[in-house]
Design a binder for this molecule. Structure first.
Ligand SMILES: [Fe+2]
Length: 329
């Protein structure tokens, strides 16, 4: 029995050329490479097809009747939905003027007819890879924007700590850079930094904005914010790896922190990094209970607390990182 299932991973290519022999030959080569193909004889026909389906890539001839490749390309790029589809021109060797015209419009790739199958597959694979990377980075950007909106909503309630989350994030990223962290880990740390105090949602405004000292009960509630943050985010699949960062940002290297009193490397690396960034920002900015302290004085404090409050290996790296940049405040 014939297998009618189309593999989900199969990419679809739209081939636009007025010569049916060219279309068929390209289509055959691509089907052998497991691409699904559709064919159109000119730009007008192709636009009609695009209204019905979205290919992963378009290969288009330039000289065609009714609507030529250049006009077709402009129509595709002017449409928001089709704009990101990779577009490759098929051209004959004798048409440098067409290539120039296309280049001015931003076309990056050309294949010269007769098409070499290896070139064709090579270009298609490279363009599809790039296109999936761009899609991925848009998704990541969307995640980050959502997370930032959430973090800002919490911070906006706290009238004393304006910009704290942004600065803690920047300090953490500088430290990650100093430690030569790879981009994917750095990205996770950025999420952790933005969300580290998200659990403060459980603390009422009157406590959050209290100018004086907390009562023991208020203090007890404040100390629950790391666990509350983890509880809020535990259902979010792409944030699983940073939950320990949030949970541990008030732990101390010597075991005197909260909520668990973890010691040394029992504390996640992100938690240890956020702890330094968080305290550094708290001390260098004015709070109701203390004025802003000069950077040099806070750096001395960090040195003094290496091996007590903070990871002794991270403190020198943090100091090196922040002194490479101009102060944020
Ligand atoms: Fe906190």
């Amino acid at each position: 029995m014939a297998n009618l299932t189309i593999p989900i991973s199969q990419n679809s290519i739209l081939i636009v050329d007025d010569n049916p022999n060219v279309r068929r030959a390209i289509s055959r080569s691509l089907q052998i490479e497991n691409y699904a193909t559709r064919q159109a004889a000119n730009g007008e026909e192709a636009l009609k097809m695009l209204a019905q389906y979205t290919p992963d890539m378009i290969l288009s001839d330039i000289n065609m009747p009714k609507m030529d490749g250049i006009e077709f390309f402009k129509a595709v790029r002017n449409n928001k939905k089709w704009g990101p589809i990779p577009f490759v021109f098929l051209t004959s060797a004798a048409s440098p003027a067409d290539i120039q015209k296309g280049k001015e419009l931003g076309v990056e790739d050309y294949l010269t007819k007769p098409i070499d199958t290896d070139d064709l597959v090579g270009i298609i694979n490279a363009r599809l890879l790039r296109s999936s990377e761009v899609k991925m980075s848009h998704i990541n950007q969307a995640y980050l924007e959502t997370v930032t909106a959430l973090a800002n909503a919490i911070e906006s309630r706290d009238k004393y700590t304006g910009g704290h989350v942004d600065r803690v994030t920047t300090y953490s990223l500088w430290l990650a850079q100093e430690l030569l962290w790879p981009p994917e880990h750095t990205r996770l740390l950025e999420f952790g930094a933005r969300l580290h105090d998200i659990g403060k949602v459980i603390v009422p405004d009157r406590i959050l904005n209290k100018p004086g000292k907390f009562t023991p009960q208020e203090w007890e509630l404040m100390r629950k914010h790391p666990a509350a943050g983890v509880k809020m985010l535990q259902g979010v699949s792409h944030l699983q790896d940073i939950l320990p960062y949030i949970y541990h940002h008030h732990e101390r290297w010597d075991g005197s922190g909260y909520p668990k009193g973890l010691k040394g490397k029992e504390i996640s690396i992100g938690g240890r990094m956020l702890a330094i960034a968080d305290v550094y920002d708290a001390l260098t900015t004015a709070r109701p209970y203390h004025p802003a302290r000069p950077r040099e004085e806070v750096i001395q404090f960090l040195r003094l607390q290496a091996g007590r409050h903070f990871d002794p290996d991270l403190v020198p790296a943090f100091i090196k990182a922040i002194t490479k940049h101009p102060p944020l405040i």
